[in-house]
Design a protein around this ligand. Structure first.
Ligand code: TMP
Length: 209
């Protein structure tokens, strides 16, 4: 378990703008002198990016949901060991686009796998590393999918019903863990949304660092 550093994650349904907002937050923190590792899941290491390609390839449409969940966990185990833990041990801030909440929402709530089992396997993959703060960028699943564009990957191609379950899953995670997970409405103006994220972030840093 990391003793130092600060681990922040961004989550949300497809097209919620988490990549844009995490980038803006990283720029802001770096401008203010913080050392920040910005990364994403699945991905962020050479091995994990290869696993990402398999997971998102529309040709792999017959992938079993257990295989899918274990591949997300495999990619996670690698990035935890290779990038996230070392950065946290150096006292850096780590900002990751998606983490284990995504597995709970997508493969658990939407995919039908037992959430308890996902969390147990997650303990092995994450070595107990858990985000201190999570920004859940909330958006209507249909509107988000429209933003995701036409060239959809294997997961984006799934039905609106699936993506509605993902959103409900995320909201339920946020309800159960409201101290950690901050719900940010994603449809508003980018500057205003980013302002809310920065405020919550600074409040947290002032308390904890
Ligand atoms: P991204 O589009 O946010 O980069 O994420 C890639 C896709 O993988 C996205 O559709 C969400 C999905 N995903 C899962 O289904 N389970 C997971 O554990 C993670 C991290 C992502």
């Amino acid at each position: 378990m990391a003793k130092q550093g600060l681990f922040i994650t961004f989550e949300g349904p497809e097209g919620s703008g988490k990549t844009t907002h995490s980038k803006l937050l990283v720029e802001f923190l770096r401008e203010n002198g913080y050392k920040v590792l910005h990364t994403r899941e699945p991905g962020g290491t050479s091995i994990s990016e290869k696993i990402r390609k398999i997971l998102l390839d529309p040709e792999n449409k017959d992938m079993d949901v257990v295989c899918e969940m274990l591949l997300y966990m495999a990619a996670r185990a690698q990035i935890i060991n290779e990038k996230i833990l070392p950065a946290l041990k150096k006292g850096h801030i780590v900002i990751c686009d998606r983490f284990i909440d995504a597995t709970v929402a997508y493969q658990g709530y939407a995919g039908g796998l037992d959430v308890g089992i996902i969390k147990n396997i997650g303990k092995l993959a994450t070595k107990g590393v858990w985000p201190a703060l999570t920004f859940l960028l909330d958006i209507d699943a249909g509107k988000g999918l429209l933003r995701a564009g036409r060239d959809k990957d294997r997961i984006e191609k799934r039905s609106l019903a699936y993506h509605n379950k993902v959103r409900k899953g995320y909201l339920s995670i946020a309800r159960k863990d409201s101290r950690r997970v901050k719900i940010i409405t994603a449809l508003g103006d980018i500057t205003e949304t980013q302002e809310k994220i920065r405020e919550a972030m600074l409040k947290y840093i002032n308390f904890k660092i």
